[in-house]
Design a protein around this ligand. Sequence first.
Ligand code: NAP
Length: 272
Amino acid sequence: MTLHFAVIGDPIGHSRSPAMMMRACAALGVRAQYEAYAVAPHALEHAVRGLHALGFAGYNVTIPHKVAVCAFVDALDHSAQQAGAVNTVVVRDGRTIGYNTDGIGYVRSLLEEIGPHAFGRDVLILGAGGAARGISYAVKDRLRPKSIAIANRTRTRAEGLARALDCATVVSWDEVAHVLPSYGLIINTTSIGMEPHEEPCALDRLRAGSIISDIVYRPTQWLAHAQSRGGLVHGGVGMLVHQGAEALEMWLRAHGMPYAAPIAVMREAVQA
Ligand code: NAP
């Protein structure tokens, strides 16, 4: 039997997920097809019902559908309820369940690359969008942080996320560079690094030994600066790999295959 998987988004042409998942399935000896489909927002419900009707075993969901798709699945896992967004749908016993693996993927990748130094830090999260939501809950639940603070360009969004987390404070966006020495793990979840020369904040006051993390997939100038100032740096490729690994492991478990995803192979496929 061949298992069918997909990723839906708009645009989707740039996605590394098909290469990553096909390489992973080949390495595990699982017969599978994983295709990327461009789905316009107005067609989302039809696309989701179509994937289900065609017998897809699961699919990933990316920008701009992560929030809207919540309305079209049969149930939401706790991870998706917390994040308010779905990036993975698992079909189990004929029902579609929405999950969010971004947060756990982020933490898995941080622990793989930085190790136990990541536990117990004062954490500053830059950004309060979709990715920040999943990451902040996962950090709170799994990294035993001493404290969590959120800074976002639009302050009301930072306040909303801090309230939802029920343990976080808010730092003004303009103050971030100034307060850096108070934090041992600084996570940029904004899209700022997508622009080659843009950085979320100056790093003059960065403490050597602080962990600086940026979830943008490509290496950013900000991370290079952090490294040159003695920071421990963590880029976004690992999060992409580990959120995919979580999704693949859930899909395969639902089909009686409790395999661990081949992380090294998936990372190689993403970076090829
Ligand atoms: P989103 O929901 O649109 O949120 C974007 C965030 O970036 C908001 O906090 C926004 O602030 C902030 N922002 C954007 N431009 C800014 C600017 N010029 N100055 C200051 N703040 C700015 O997007 P998302 O889904 O959270 O994704 C964010 C980034 O993470 C994207 O680059 C995405 O590719 C990346 N990502 C990576 C992974 C991975 O696996 N590595 C997974 C998910 C996402 P406002 O609220 O003020 O607009």
